[in-house]
Design a protein. Structure first.
Length: 484
């Protein structure tokens, strides 16, 4: 008899639906979050808006005052009965969620900023960030040197509104007189930017970029994307299962993950007109310290309907099909609310870290803005850089210095002659001030601006001055000259 030890590799999906949901919710703007909350209220009957529910109750009470006391007493007694009943699965899930996270969030001071700190509408006009600006911002914060920045800018300039690269490697190489390997290296760098899947040449590459960032390489998901996208379109799931020797339900799970990916990464940045915004975060100075509040104003406040909670606890009185449906929706509601709480916690921690790093800016203004990159905050709060990028995009902070997008606080550094380091944004502001104060009849050229900065112990090249000037849409010397 022969004895053998067989080693087999099994493919497992590590990206849960909850993780997918949390990632999607984190990258939403405030307006998109409001829409997502309202949609969930429509799709899940177990969820209700706490504010609307309480308003409806008040209207009902006012309509029939004689029944008010009876109703209130009965409702209280019922609630006491509910809370005193057994510790079944649903009681446990509910108490685990609202017994910890929600109370901790309130006690931590996440919500309810002072009303006198809320900005007026004229302070909240914002120019929407397009895809090109968002990618260039990440390029400037990346590890790219000057050569790679030039290549990256050319690549980003050839990415369409859906997020796909529409120029070939050869074309970019010829235009910049660089090698194909140089272009491919920078394309690979941009593949790691937000939104996931950007700078792909086709749909397959777009999906593969996303699963790489989600740590799904080497799974059934990757195999299907590489070899069987057409079979997915034709619903040939049995063929895929037979090819890889896996159960049909594993194929279905993998397909659901693929369906949750974004085939057009750039469309989230297709907004073209300015819009009024409300801050996601308030930073308020109190007794020499800064307090951080998340802005809940205008957002639905989700809770499980007390009516359905009672039905779930009284299982014996509910038909089995109805009970199965309610249990499914209950778990879905809990997952959704946990994802919202996780989003709140992440944004709060990111804001808290920004305030810690940029204390000088909050105290004294633009001149004291420090260099800061995504990995600094990521290391500070033990999160991934891509999470920080999602948490700072289209999220706004109202501060004593004004209203800013969270990613405004991130910039590279420029060394001074005395060993100190300035934020590149601070240097850009200094260039803007120099141009503003120049003699209109004899405007300064880029070299002269560089020399003025050098006199302030800031050593940057003429080329860097030109790059910053163009980035701020400041015209060249000849265009700034005034003849009157």
């Amino acid at each position: 008899m022969e004895h053998r030890l067989d080693l087999r590799l099994s493919q497992k999906l590590i990206m849960t639906p909850q993780l997918q949901q949390a990632i999607k919710l984190l990258q939403l703007s405030r307006m998109e979050l409001t829409q997502a909350l309202n949609l969930e209220l429509l799709e899940n009957p177990l969820l209700e808006d706490e504010i609307i529910a309480e308003d409806d109750m008040m209207l009902s009470e006012n309509a029939d005052r004689e029944k008010k006391e009876d109703y209130a007493q009965g409702n209280t007694e019922t609630e006491k009965e509910d809370l005193s009943e057994g510790t079944d699965e649903f009681n446990f899930i509910w108490e685990d969620y609202y017994g910890d996270d929600k109370n901790e969030a309130r006690e931590a001071g996440y919500f309810a900023p002072p009303t006198d700190e809320i900005p007026s509408y004229d302070q909240t006009l914002s120019k929407p960030v397009d895809l090109t600006e968002h990618l260039l911002w990440q390029l400037r914060l990346s590890t790219a040197d000057e050569k790679d920045e030039e290549i990256g800018a050319m690549i980003i300039g050839n990415i369409d509104e859906d997020g796909y690269l529409r120029a070939t490697v050869d074309e970019i190489g010829l235009l910049l007189n660089v090698s194909d390997s140089d272009v491919e290296r920078v394309i690979k760098l941009i593949h790691g930017f937000d939104p996931m899947g950007v700078c792909a040449r086709d749909i397959k590459e777009c999906l593969l970029i996303q699963i790489e960032q989600l740590d799904l390489e080497g799974t059934l998901v990757e195999d299907i994307i590489l070899h069987h996208l057409e079979d997915i379109e034709k619903n040939n799931y049995q063929k895929i299962a037979k090819k890889f020797g896996v159960p049909l339900d594993e194929v279905i799970k993998a397909v659901k993950v693929i369906e949750g990916l974004e085939p057009k990464p750039g469309r989230a940045y297709s907004v073209s007109e300015p819009h009024y915004i409300l801050p996601d975060v308030f930073v308020v100075k109190s007794d020499g310290d800064y307090l951080i509040y998340l802005n809940e104003d205008g957002l639905p406040k989700l809770r499980i309907s007390p009516f359905y909670r009672r039905l779930l606890r009284a299982k014996k009185d509910v038909p089995e099909p109805t009970l199965d449906y309610m249990e499914k929706k209950f778990k879905s509601a809990i997952w959704f609310m946990k994802s919202i709480e996780q989003r709140n916690r992440t944004i709060y921690k990111v804001a808290e870290s920004i305030v810690k790093f940029q204390r000088g800016f909050f105290d004294k203004g633009m001149e004291y803005l420090k260099p800061l990159v995504l990995r600094d905050v990521a290391a500070d709060i033990s999160m991934h850089e891509s999470t920080i990028s999602r948490a700072t995009t289209n999220k706004y902070m109202f501060t004593p210095q004004g209203l800013f997008e969270l990613k405004f606080f991130f910039s590279t550094g420029i060394s001074k002659g005395d060993g100190n380091v300035l934020s590149s944004l601070t240097v850009q502001q200094m260039i803007k001030d120099i141009v503003y104060k120049e003699d209109g009849a004899k405007p300064l050229n880029d070299q002269q601006i560089a020399e003025r900065l050098k006199a302030k112990n800031i050593n940057i090249s003429r080329r860097t001055v030109a790059k910053y000037r163009k980035g701020m849409n400041i015209s060249a010397t000849t265009m700034r000259k005034r003849f009157v």
